[in-house]
Design a protein around this ligand. Sequence first.
Ligand SMILES: [Mg+2]
Length: 166
Amino acid sequence: MLEIFRPAQYLNSIYEIDFEGLKRSGIEAVILDLDETLLPRELLHITPALFSFIEGIKDKGLKICLISNSLYPERVEYVARTLKLPYLTLAAKPLPFAFNRALRELKTTAGKCVVVGDQLFMDILGGNLAGMRTILVKPMSRETFWLRIFMRRAERWVLRKLGLLS
Ligand SMILES: [Mg+2]
């Protein structure tokens, strides 16, 4: 039953993703989470490394869409516009609506899409339910809010059950 949470890959950060390999295996589009995946939740500083990361994906001919559950749509909009990416805010991941809208935006199918995110119960569950490939990355900063701390504990429990964490 926990298999629905299993990501195809579990990596330290977005910078470890092999987009060349993904492209070779038929991936056409990348759905990216924002908070704790591309940027720490509290920061808006878009680094040169993040710029070249995004440009690197575009250069490989892969399409990108940003999907965020953030309660601050202006933040998502600012990042997406700066990086020149289409985006969906208040996405309510893991529900399927935003993933389906992203597929229309990206003009592709679920089987040719990879979801990259730091949250098992939002990004990975949502992507898996939508029939997409999923890559889990470690969150960029430590959580300070009790509810998120609890959620990270629950995530680690599932990852251990899946044999992805010792
Ligand atoms: Mg996130």
